[in-house]
Design a binder for this molecule. Sequence first.
Ligand SMILES: NC(=O)c1ccc[n+]([C@@H]2O[C@H](COP(=O)([O-])OP(=O)(O)OC[C@H]3O[C@@H](n4cnc5c(N)ncnc54)[C@H](OP(=O)(O)O)[C@@H]3O)[C@@H](O)[C@H]2O)c1
Length: 273
Amino acid sequence: MKYETVHGQAIPKLGFGMWKIGGDSYPDPSRDSASMTALRTALEVGYTHFDTAEGYASGHSEELLGRAIHETNTSRENLFITTKISPENLAYDQVFRSCENSLRRIDVEYVDLYLIHWPPRTGMNLEETFRALNKLVQDGKVKHLGVSNFNLKLLKRAQSLSETPILTDQVPYRLPDRTYVDNGVLEYCQQNDILLTAYSPVKFRNLSVNKTLRAIAEAHSATSFQIALAWLVAQSRVITIPMSYNPQHIRENFEAADIELSEEEFKTLSGLY
Ligand SMILES: NC(=O)c1ccc[n+]([C@@H]2O[C@H](COP(=O)([O-])OP(=O)(O)OC[C@H]3O[C@@H](n4cnc5c(N)ncnc54)[C@H](OP(=O)(O)O)[C@@H]3O)[C@@H](O)[C@H]2O)c1
């Protein structure tokens, strides 16, 4: 596994995404068994970074993560856990309640990274939210703060309000989606020691039928999905968090972090789509 080190914290370039683990917006107990298999597999394979949110299956995703950590006797210090606060909970008092609820559900004393999941709704005061978030860091409930789906203007605003460095902006980024390259966020992150966490990194149609992508994959005895991940991993200050229920895909995604693309392959991939 490769790592990015920012502000003294080494973070795996590839983590395990948890949207749909335990349900979609609401808990779906019929998925518990497959969700637990996915989480156990991820822990066995060696994933140490898990990305969940209070909004994923209304907190059930966090509960299942806690259950999997407990069942596999994984030690807390070896993990990097990210969770997120939903936009409806950004008022000062609610931030503390949300964080306590997440900690209780995951059954941990602290989370490594706490993100504002989506930009605040109109009328919400980001200053008030950060007053609470800064206090959570001071109290040791949260190690690092970050944001998600923030454009450049909002990211800079978050930086100005956070007493500790903003660790990441988690945004959609994949071969066919360069929105956060075009809007300047990636370059700003790279120049300012902020990680860009690429979400939905393999969520696109026809990935395996692109001929160029397939040829590069064949040259590495890899799948097109692995090459799409390796392309993200190769980029400075970019980390990524693919999600899968499928044990084989979970393993393949983890191994993708070790694929070394040549400069030419990287350039070719960057020019696709
Ligand atoms: N901050 C935000 O607003 C936000 C928004 C979206 C996502 N996220 C985070 O980012 C994570 C990843 O994004 P995502 O779940 O939207 O999309 P994704 O990880 O790009 O794609 C997931 C889909 O790809 C398939 N897949 C994964 N690996 C594969 C492989 N090696 N070969 C073939 N198919 C593969 C999975 O199916 P199988 O189960 O069959 O493998 C699943 O259907 C989420 O879980 C969440 O943690 C954050």
